[in-house]
Design a protein around this ligand. Structure first.
Ligand code: CAA
Length: 265
């Protein structure tokens, strides 16, 4: 079901890791409405997929030059003014779906990650990049502003003042800048090394409780914008929910018996 044919996406699955590769390299993988709708369909299916079948997702793209060079500027040129809200809502909906996926999602960025491309990368749980990656939200140079969650997410990653500086000045960050500013978790010499490391990291979760990964992600996503008291309540609820799971009994028993746990949820 997940692996059906898409016009603008290549979807593959190996060792319970699903790789989504954005596939419009001729236009530097620019995001048009058709592509965003395909991503929405795929991500909706993924959010319904159980840990038995899936342990992690990698978001990447075809071609060396760009991860994604933003929303499709040619398509936006023909978009009626009153359709802007729907277009923004579609991109935002896709970006929010990544946080609903029950397993970790890693964005693997090579080349340009600009505008909507940077926004899609920031929708993943974390970002890896190759040395040639370039990040930026250059929408203001088009007379626009970021519309797929970038005004919020960039500030979450790097802090409000750094985010304002990058957006207001149309600045571009190299992979090294992005790493220094905490937008990127690790930088790699090439795409092959990056994808291989991402897979290894995702497979590590196989030795963890999948339910634990799910509850941690859900708790961190839900509590991020809450005050401390509400965040503690959300954590307490998740802690209590997992406490009655088979995985908790397996993990604690294995520790006490000095054995490796075999988590089954
Ligand atoms: N939309 C549509 N087509 C795009 C595109 C985009 N975002 N970015 C690149 N392309 C196309 C180019 O038009 C070109 O097509 P043709 O060969 O048919 O002319 C092809 O991809 C190759 O691009 P360039 O020739 O421009 O390549 P370059 O190496 O000279 O420059 C670049 C690369 C610096 C990334 C440049 O393409 C660029 O600046 N792209 C636009 C970046 C941008 O402004 N992104 C923000 C978009 S707005 C947005 O994303 C809004 C939002 O938040 C919702």
């Amino acid at each position: 079901m997940l692996l059906k044919e898409y016009k603008n996406l290549l979807v593959t699955k190996e060792d319970k890791i699903l790789t989504i590769s954005i596939n419009r390299p001729k236009v530097l993988n620019a995001l048009n409405q058709e592509l965003l709708s395909e991503l929405k369909t795929l991500l909706t299916l993924i959010t319904d997929t159980d840990f038995k079948d899936l342990r992690g997702v990698i978001l990447t793209s075809e071609g060396e030059k760009a991860f994604i060079a933003g929303a499709d500027i040619k398509e936006m040129d023909g978009l009626e003014d009153d359709k802007a809200s729907d277009f923004s809502a579609l991109g935002q909906e896709v970006s929010l779906l990544f946080s609903k996926v029950k397993v970790p999602v890693i964005a693997c960025v090579q080349g340009y990650a600009l505008g909507g491309g940077c926004e899609m990368a920031m929708s993943a749980d974390w970002i890896y990049a190759t040395e040639n990656a370039i990040f930026g939200l250059p929408e203001l140079s088009l007379g626009l502003i970021p519309g797929f969650g970038g005004t919020k997410r960039l500030a979450q990653f790097v802090g409000l003042a750094k985010a304002k500086e990058l957006i207001f000045t149309g600045g571009k960050w190299t992979a090294a800048d992005a790493y220094k500013n905490l937008l990127v978790n690790k930088v790699f010499a090439n795409k092959e090394e990056m994808l291989s490391f991402a897979k290894k990291q995702l497979l590590k979760s196989e030795r963890q409780s999948a339910l634990g990964v799910f509850y941690s992600k859900k708790t961190m996503e839900e509590s991020y914008f809450c005050n401390m008291q509400d965040s503690m309540s959300i954590e307490k609820k998740s802690f209590s929910a997992i406490f009655s799971s088979k995985d908790k009994r397996t993990g604690i028993k294995a520790f006490l018996n000095k054995e490796k746990p075999n988590f089954q949820y």
